[in-house]
Design a binder for this molecule. Structure first.
Ligand code: ZN
Ligand code: ZN
Length: 395
């Protein structure tokens, strides 16, 4: 069978799904219209599936083979961005698929269609995970809590991102990593409390503004003095708020928001722990008290090397010379990392940014973000070919 041509032949339907999803974006964990649409398409194909309560995701399964169980994950959520692409299928509801998750959903539906048509020949089973709330980093954990990786237990997992997140490569090419694909991300929330007063008599107050300034500077020594130069790591303070906009009042407290990003679990835990110590002790040295909390984040997204090597061979068979190893990990984060903490897998990138008339490429999350839809079928072909290879232990 010629998988590449068969899947290419499914492009018209893939694009119909893609355009429909693009026109009807929804946000966060509950995606009632999106889930109903995807569930309807799966039902029409005869693919067995289960919708999670509150339209918060779909778990589908294809195949009865005795071989390994391979999961393929697609996210389905959009962003609160007002679309400015001018596309004929542009969204008009104030939200936008500005990250390409609509393409992921259409690609996974296409993979489902091919797999269902060849169900009897599959050496193992494929689970299709249609996830919500990737942008808020909640969806993967929600899927796992709802048994997405169990019954049957998943042996390996695949996920794909369209657009330009894998680095520079011509549209249609595949990019993947043998290790870190995305970095970890932890948001930090800091409140420094002092005692306010008249700015003319600072000795009668405990000034949290000066303490906050020292905290911000001290945090900048963590990466430069305590992390190996070989380990990518970032500590940023992104928001500072204190008191009213006045000239003569020392406020009671200062709010600082920021984030910590790195590439391995040890450095991640080290930096969060040290950030808390530095914040508390620096504030204390200035007679202030500090609250430190770590908000929702995501671990680093790390590919299993063996899986990545097999997927690279599978992809190269379909697209010789058009598969590349990633030069450096993406500085952002991806909540698929939660699956990859539990199950070995491979996250791949399908390079697919569209160029505007004047050559401009608008990045992910931009109101003019656009994909080269002519290469999307390649994503389905690569995921299916990779799943086939991973289901057969001899390949
Ligand atoms: Zn995004
Ligand atoms: Zn995304």
């Amino acid at each position: 069978m010629d998988l590449r041509n068969e899947i290419r032949g499914m492009e018209p339907e893939l694009l119909t799904w893609y355009h429909h999803l693009h026109r009807n974006p929804e946000l966060e964990l509950e995606l009632p219209r999106t889930v109903a649409y995807v569930s309807g398409q799966l039902a029409a194909m005869g693919v067995e599936h289960r919708v999670l309560p509150g339209s918060t995701g779909i778990v589908a399964a294809v195949g009865q083979g005795p071989g390994p169980v391979i999961a393929i994950r697609a996210d389905m959520d959009a962003l609160e961005v007002r679309e400015e692409t001018g596309l004929p299928y542009a969204s008009e509801n104030g939200c936008m698929h500005a990250c390409g998750h609509d393409a992921h959903t259409a690609i996974l539906l296409t993979a489902a269609r091919w797999l269902k048509a060849h169900e009897d020949t599959l050496p193992g089973r494929v689970k299709l995970l249609f996830q919500t709330a990737e942008e808020t980093l909640q969806g993967a954990r929600h899927m796992i809590a709802n048994g997405a990786l169990e019954d049957p237990a998943v042996d390996r997992i695949l996920a794909l991102h369209v657009g330009g997140l894998g680095g520079e490569a011509p549209a249609g090419h595949i990019v993947l990593s043998q290790g870190v694909a995305f970095r970890s991300s932890d948001n930090i929330h800091i409140v420094i409390r002092g005692r306010g007063g008249h700015a003319a008599s600072p000795h009668l107050s405990v000034d949290p503004v000066v303490a906050a300034a020292r905290v911000i500077e001290a945090l900048q020594t963590l990466v430069s003095r305590e992390v190996s130069p070989n380990t990518p790591a970032v500590v940023s303070i992104t928001h500072v708020r204190a008191g009213a906009e006045t000239y003569n009042v020392i406020p009671d407290q200062v709010l600082l928001l920021g984030g910590i990003r790195t590439v391995d679990p040890e450095t991640r835990e080290y930096l969060v722990r040290r950030a808390e110590e530095v914040v508390r002790q620096t504030a204390a040295s200035m007679r202030c008290q500090a609250e430190f909390s770590r908000m929702d984040g995501a671990p680093a997204m790390i590919n299993d090397r063996d899986t990545a090597l097999r997927v690279e061979r599978a992809a190269s068979r379909l697209f010789p010379g058009e598969v590349h190893w990633m030069k450096e990990s993406n500085g952002g984060s991806e909540d698929a990392a939660y699956y990859f903490e539990r199950v070995p897998g491979c996250f791949l990138f399908l390079s697919s940014m569209a160029r505007d008339g004047d050559g401009t490429v608008y990045p992910h999350h931009h109101a003019k973000f656009r994909l080269d839809e002519g290469v999307l079928w390649r994503g389905a072909a690569v995921l299916v070919q990779s799943a086939l290879v991973l289901m057969d232990e001899t390949l």
